[in-house]
Design a protein around this ligand. Structure first.
Ligand code: NAD
Length: 506
């Protein structure tokens, strides 16, 4: 049964007790340890910007320790049979399901994401582990490629210890999306969670320990990107970096990893168009548009932050949008009624607010919202915001705002829609609303985006490829695509004994 805000507030106190006036440790080699320097940093809740607790601040020496251990146990973990890996990963999923309520509450309080979404994210995280658990026994399977007088066959082998670096939006779910396939592949892991949302990473570490994963196979080092993150990307024992975050950070990581020739997988920013044609199911398109920009506080890489609407229906669509935006419930993230919670951090709030000023300066209209506000005198709350009269070259239409902010741009016809949609540095997702099947297919093939949803919001299917083009990413996740990243493909070519080997120096 769904609990109300007061009940949730009472329950979360029980979990926060573990963190208040304490220092959250790293998890290295199966042990909870502080930074070798003893350094810490503070973590705050977006609900009131009050300190929740302190966090061990990792530096090069802590990363080195974790990476050395991850390397030392790497051989043992790669040789562990797929069946055992499968069993262990299912045990981790069991542990997540058992603590799903705690994970959802802590994540919600730490990140500001509404509990209605975080409870689903916790369950989805268990599903991530189960999905990749069942792929573990066959992860090393390759292809049989018979040739003339030779048989080629390929196998896959874990690449070795990998670094996983994650952001603060839905941090628990995103980390499981990386860590589960890495472990299923046979890689050991050093995870560097985002500094603004560190708690649930340690809940996962506790669950993993309890499930019986050998010590050192999964490690967590907290800290800032420029210190702990940088050291992880430069460490010689780390063979690959799975990174989710901003495009500019991805570019930085690529440079940092260049000397040690790191394999990288990047899931980066987006400025995704939702394109609504006049023949679409308008009510459904409206639901999806609102859901994809205002759920998860708009702090979502796949958010539909640019609404491209056909001129003939623009006024009607915007009118309906305004009516719905007026009714969106912004509130305490632990209130089950809340649809939009506070933004993660005061700094991020400031960034989002700067776009409210910019919109006016650029000649757009702030049609709805456009202000910050507090609840009981506190919190990083912003009104759900709608910009109209937007031209696609304006910064509000080009830059990732990462908040509950939607820019409306109108288009004349299919070609015009395509031109606007592709006129951005990003290429993560695109959403198409039309009843013309031919048009939806024509556009899908021409849109610069790694993922296209036709007449749908972002519906995820774990075996399907997830990722972006252009500045939105490198590589794909999901199903077998994840294994291709965490594993090396080896080709073995055996002769039938019938061919002639060239003779030199006769
Ligand atoms: P960010 O790039 O600032 O930080 C992400 C992580 O990188 C953090 O853990 C941070 O400490 C670390 N980091 C920062 N600098 C680093 C460096 N020099 N070396 C190594 N690590 C470093 O991103 P954020 O603000 O935490 O998250 C929001 C961004 O993430 C948005 O751009 C969003 O679109 C993106 N995102 C993308 C996807 C996707 O699947 N494409 C999913 C979620 C979020």
């Amino acid at each position: 049964m769904t609990k109300n805000l007061s009940e949730n507030l009472i329950e979360i106190e029980k979990y926060l007790d573990k963190y208040k006036n304490k220092t959250l440790s790293h998890f290295i080699g199966g042990k909870e340890v502080m930074s070798l320097s003893g350094n810490t940093f503070e973590n705050y809740s977006p609900v009131n910007n009050e300190k929740i607790g302190s966090i061990a601040s990792g530096a090069e020496e802590d990363i080195e320790l974790a990476c050395d251990i991850a390397k030392n146990v790497s051989d043992e973990w790669r040789k562990t049979s797929g069946k055992i890996k499968q069993k262990l990963l299912h045990k981790i999923a069991d542990g997540i399901e058992k603590r799903a309520r705690e994970i959802a509450l802590v994540e919600s309080y730490d990140s500001g994401q509404a509990i209605r979404f975080m409870s689903k994210a916790a369950i989805r995280s268990a599903a991530n582990f189960r999905f990749f658990a069942d792929m573990a026994p066959n992860a090393s399977d390759g292809k049989a490629l018979p040739a003339d007088q030779h048989l080629n066959y390929s196998i896959r082998q874990p690449i070795g210890p990998v670094g996983v670096i994650t952001p603060w939006n839905t941090p628990f779910m995103l980390s499981t999306w990386k860590i589960a396939p890495a472990l299923a592949s046979g890689c050991t892991v050093v995870h560097k969670p985002a500094e603004w949302s560190p708690y649930t990473a340690m809940i996962l570490a506790e669950i993993i320990k309890e499930a019986g994963l050998p010590d050192g196979v999964m490690n967590v080092v907290h800290g800032f990107g420029e210190t702990a993150g940088r050291s992880l990307t430069e460490n010689k024992n780390i063979k690959a970096i799975a990174f989710v975050g901003e495009s500019s950070t991805g570019s930085q990581i690529m440079k940092q990893g260049a000397d040690s020739l790191k394999r990288v997988h990047f899931e980066l920013g987006g400025k995704n168009p939702v394109i609504v044609f006049d023949d679409a199911d308008i009510e459904k398109a409206l639901d999806a548009t609102i859901f994809m920009i205002f759920s998860l506080n708009g702090e979502r890489c796949t958010s539909s932050s640019r609404l491209l609407v056909q001129e003939s229906i623009k006024d009607e669509f915007v009118k309906k949008l305004c009516e719905r935006i007026k009714k969106l419930k912004v509130g305490h993230p632990l209130d089950p009624e809340t649809e939009i919670g506070p933004l993660i951090h005061e700094k991020h709030l400031k960034k989002v607010l700067s776009y409210f000023d910019l919109a006016g300066e650029e000649g757009a209209t702030v049609k709805m919202g456009g202000k910050a506000f507090s609840i009981n005198g506190a919190g990083n709350y912003v009104e759900p915001t709608l910009f109209t009269d937007v031209k696609n070259r304006m910064r509000v239409a080009q830059e990732e705002i990462f908040g509950p902010v939607l820019s409306v741009i109108s288009f004349k016809d299919e070609n015009h829609a395509l031109e606007i949609a592709n006129d951005t540095q990003y290429g993560l997702a695109a959403y198409l609303w039309t009843s013309d099947v031919g048009r939806s297919l024509r556009l899908s093939h021409q849109l610069d985006a790694g993922m296209i949803w036709i007449n749908s919001e972002n519906n995820r299917h774990l075996p399907s490829p997830f990722g972006g083009m252009k500045a939105s990413g490198i590589g794909r996740d999901g199903g077998d695509y994840s294994f291709d990243f965490y594993m090396e493909t080896k080709n073995i070519c055996t002769a039938f004994g019938t061919h002639t080997v060239p003779k030199l120096g006769k």
